[in-house]
Design a protein around this ligand. Structure first.
Ligand code: SF4
Length: 138
């Protein structure tokens, strides 16, 4: 199935692979939703959603899409940037990665941490805002 996904998205010019940190906290959840909206809804012709764990774990078919891309967009939930640091450790693609820190793109109570500390509608609204910004900057 992944081979089919890679084939479908192996366009010329190459699409921009977009990865989220997939963090389990509020910030990671907003980054995850934002990346899904940006890739699947706002810019499906320019971007392709990539599985972060598959890339870090190795053996993932989607690595081909990263290798053939001119740049990779990595959307981090917060300034710790742990996702892109792990990807840099797993693949030699330093020069290609543009890192965006999602929680710098929306206003919220920065004392909140868990996904259960913010209503779903508000999470979605922040994700929409981040996604629109990502799509604008592609
Ligand atoms: S970058 Fe921040 S939000 Fe994402 S996984 Fe790391 S600590 Fe969590």
């Amino acid at each position: 199935m992944a081979k089919g996904y890679v084939k479908k998205h192996s366009t010329t010019p190459p699409k921009i692979p977009v990865i989220a940190c997939e963090g389990s906290c509020l910030r990671g959840e907003i980054a995850r939703q934002a990346v899904n909206i940006a890739t699947y809804k706002l810019s499906p012709r320019k971007t392709v959603r990539i599985c972060f764990q598959g890339i870090v774990g190795g053996g993932c078919e989607e690595a081909v899409l990263i290798e053939r891309a001119e740049k990779v967009l990595f959307v981090e939930g917060c300034a710790l940037k742990c996702g892109s640091r792990l990807v840099r450790g797993a693949m030699e693609i330093n020069a290609k990665i543009d890192v965006v820190v999602a929680d710098q793109l929306y206003d919220f109570n920065r004392n909140l941490f868990g996904i259960d500390e913010m209503p779903e509608e508000e999470i979605k609204a922040h994700a929409d805002k981040v996604a629109n910004k990502l799509a604008e900057d592609l």
